[in-house]
Write a protein that binds this ligand. Sequence first.
Ligand code: S3P
Length: 428
Amino acid sequence: MDWKILGRGKGLKGEVVVPPDKSISHRAVMFGAIARGECRVDNFLFSEDCVATLEAFRSMGIEIVRDDNSLIVRGKGLNGLVSSPTKLYLGNSGTSMRIISGILVGQDFQIELIGDESLSNRPMRRIIDPLTLMRADIRGEKDGLPPLKIIPSKEGLLGIDYVSPVASAQVKSSILAAGLYASGQTVVTEPFQSRDHTERMLKYFSADIKTVDLTTTIKGGKELSPKDIHVPGDVSSAAFFIVAALIIGGSEIYLRNVGFNSTRTGLISVLDRMGAKIEIENHRSGEEPTCDMRISSSRLKGTIVEKEELPLLIDEVPIMIIAALKAEGRTVISGISELKVKETDRVKTMKDNLVRLGADVAEKDDSLIIEGGVGRFDAAELNSFGDHRIAMSMAVAALNAEGESVIKNIDCARTSYPKFIEDLEKLQ
Ligand code: S3P
């Protein structure tokens, strides 16, 4: 669907309950399915990506029942999965393909994992290499691209000590999942901190897992004991409204139930440095901390985002670019190579749209240089390129444009935020 959206001078007002977290919803199904016993997952995200994960485990014999906004996952233990009669289709979701692979290399059946056009072009060597070191038999197509074929390991999985070249939670989680099935201990060290939902959930399910600084160690062979999970709101989905309220003068909005795990809140820290008025209220600690946020339009100033910080806002860079264009002065974002292997090459897809909006960013080495001080954007025909986060970033840019813009294929927002348009309209 193409969506017409009128730029506006007037501020955004109102309140939104942020949709459930995508990363945590995926993991709740994955680890719930291989835990021994029943687990209730409240506030599950019924988006296309997470439903792909859910269907994958159903097709491997796991009973998963929907109860309104919750799921009941009847886990069958580490070795309770059965081979799917069909290839596992994982849609657009790199998280699903990478973490589920870590689980499947520990099974005694053969299986094939496929995805949509975007997922079929995402690098899998980053998991194939470490899993192969663990004696897994996992093969991609040419250049390590999907489909992935997984064959039972002949000699069984072996724990490894792996220093990951990328700060990727998907890679870390894939290795830790395989570590549940490996003999001995599996150790993963990442170059910089990435999101830690896997470590938190496995610990909550009584796995033998420990993290010290950037190194996590897990011992294999221990069954997981499920417990009920409440999925917090997704700070990555909140990000679009946060930036919209900051850059559109006269805005004041309230976001409820936002996940506030410090490995996910890089955007909030960066915006804070830029002078954003974001008040954190009702901070609730727990397995996964949450809070409510009040955001008012603000005069932003440019900042520097170092590459160590980037994994903490990796999915928020497209919308961060929009905020930086509106700030006073220059913003530099370093360590951008990972952005090029997301659902689209997000440097390329952002640049293409920015030109249409009458703006630009420069790329130098591994950094983006954004000159701020841009006035209202030009109204334009914008393209999501089928990437949910590009679609939603463009909706925010279009709100700030002079006149009517069109966003082509806005539907892909359903990947992570099925009610995005509805919620955005609520704030207008
Ligand atoms: C995710 C990790 C990130 C992120 C993705 C979700 C996860 O990918 O971009 O949207 O749930 O583990 P990388 O860990 O590969 O950077």
